[in-house]
Design a protein around this ligand. Structure first.
Ligand code: 4AD
Ligand code: MG
Length: 432
């Protein structure tokens, strides 16, 4: 007999098939049992009718406990009452793996309890939906950059450099040297852009940030494109096209997940319109000050209430341009006419989801960069390879980093970034 996955049910209406699944939930009366089945591809219902199956099949069905693994045999039928649209009329059940006292019951559980059981919580329909959206964003990322002639390059995880500052580095021993877990692949991606023109990376990055917020992970995944012969304005166009493409891909391919999460499609549709608005850092400060944010003065970095207010002033994601030099990393290109700002932009997501992209044009001048490296207290020997890029055919180049989990959180419309990654590493949590 043919074994299929639940997601393939629509191609097998009227056929008797076998499905390997887990019993996510069960309801039964004296005459009928409803099994909510999941196999990782989707959830759907198995119907066991007492009068239509041998006595022992109905007894077995009625006794199935939550998360028991089963091989189900039955006929695929249309089911117009369910969102999924199909069900299976069960004729036989084989128990493959028993499950006793599954800890996550259909009742409400506290966050700590769920986080302690993350290895099981992942099986829930909500987590399944979020991971589908994550997977779609990853798929669409490769599609977008491949369509635009970018080469995927993998920067190292163990590094000697600290592109985003020395305060939040994870240090480890590298034989008789010190090494750090990568905060960002950017510096290596700059080298790659000089070799391949347009490149992107997708990999894990690590920040020992003592931040316990709904936007911060200790280990998160970043997509980092880098483009040679590209100024900041062209980079902003790539960024907005990329983000709009991600939104459209989720709209096109994640109907079921968006339904499970109760995410309103008409809200997401607004984010596919280009261009996205731009506001200078200077104007953003003024906007905040005029609206009662007395705590902000020029030169400060924005906190989450500030970013949320700025985002709420627009209908789409918004770029904040040209931040003060003093609060940004050493590699950013200085402004041509102003000493105090650099050529950079953060993209702030709507609805209070905060910064999803940080990017900039990169400094190209050897002497300037050397000075910056020293001024930031970095060891110039560690960066001599990076400085080489400015000695041998230095060209204008720009790039950016998009935080995967923040993007997943935003498009899923969920509260906290911890649900946007299978096994979150958080301040004070590395289990499971
Ligand atoms: O703004 P960031 O620090 O920029 C960089 O690392 C640049 N080197 C990227 C580049 O130009 N190639 O980080 C980029 C993005 C942020 O906008 C945010 O979305 C995400 O990475 N991010 C985090 N996500 C989750 N948890 C954290 N602790 C994060 N820190 C940054
Ligand atoms: Mg940033």
């Amino acid at each position: 007999m043919k074994q299929i996955q639940i997601i393939e049910a629509k191609h097998h209406v009227g056929e008797v098939v076998q499905i390997g699944a887990w019993v996510a939930n069960k309801r039964s009366s004296g005459k009928i049992a409803f099994l909510q089945l999941r196999d990782g591809t989707a959830f759907f219902q198995g119907i066991v009718v007492k009068s239509e199956v041998p006595e022992e099949v109905f007894t077995l069905a009625k006794g199935l406990t939550q998360e028991t693994a089963v091989l189900i045999t039955g006929e695929i039928r249309e089911d117009t009452r369910s969102k999924f649209g199909y069900e299976i009329g069960v004729t036989a059940i084989e128990v493959v793996g028993e499950s006793q006292d599954y800890p996550i019951t259909p009742k409400e559980h506290g966050t700590d309890f769920l986080m302690d059981h993350r290895h099981l919580w992942l099986r829930s329909s909500r987590q399944h939906a979020i991971m589908q959206i994550r997977n779609e964003i990853i798929r669409a990322t490769y599609e977008f950059f491949n369509n635009n002639n970018f080469v995927k390059i993998d920067p190292p995880i163990l590094t000697g450099s600290a592109p985003e500052g020395t305060t939040d580095l994870f240090e480890t021993n590298y034989f008789d040297q010190k090494a750090y877990l990568s905060q960002s692949g950017q510096l290596y991606m700059e080298a790659a852009a000089m070799a391949f023109g347009k490149v992107f990376s997708f990999g894990p990055t690590f920040r020992a940030e003592k931040s316990k917020t709904r936007r911060h992970l200790i280990e998160f995944w970043m997509i980092e494109p880098e483009m040679a012969f590209t100024h900041q304005e062209e980079s902003l166009e790539v960024q907005e096209q990329y983000v709009a493409f991600l939104v459209q891909s989720v709209l096109d391919n994640c109907d079921y997940a968006l339904d499970v999460l109760g995410r309103d499609r008409s809200v997401l549709e607004k984010y596919t319109t280009l261009p996205f608005p731009r506001i200078s850092y200077d104007d953003a400060v003024t906007l905040l000050q005029e609206n009662g944010f007395e705590d902000i003065t020029w030169g400060d970095d924005f906190g989450s209430p500030h970013e949320t207010f700025i985002a709420n002033s627009f209908d789409q994601p918004v770029f904040i341009l040209n931040y003060p030099k003093a609060i940004k990393p050493f590699y950013m290109k200085p402004h041509p006419t102003r000493e105090d700002v650099v050529i950079c932009a953060d993209m702030i997501a709507p609805e209070g989801y905060g910064e999803i992209i940080g990017g900039s044009e990169r400094a190209t001048d050897y002497e300037f960069l050397l000075e910056q490296i020293k001024a930031h207290g970095l060891d110039e020997n560690e960066y001599s390879w990076y400085l080489d890029l400015r000695k041998y055919g230095s060209v204008p180049h720009s790039g950016f980093g998009l935080g995967l989990e923040r993007t997943v959180t935003w498009l899923s419309g969920i509260e906290h970034v911890r649900e946007a990654i299978p096994f979150p590493r958080l301040l004070n949590r590395i289990y499971p």
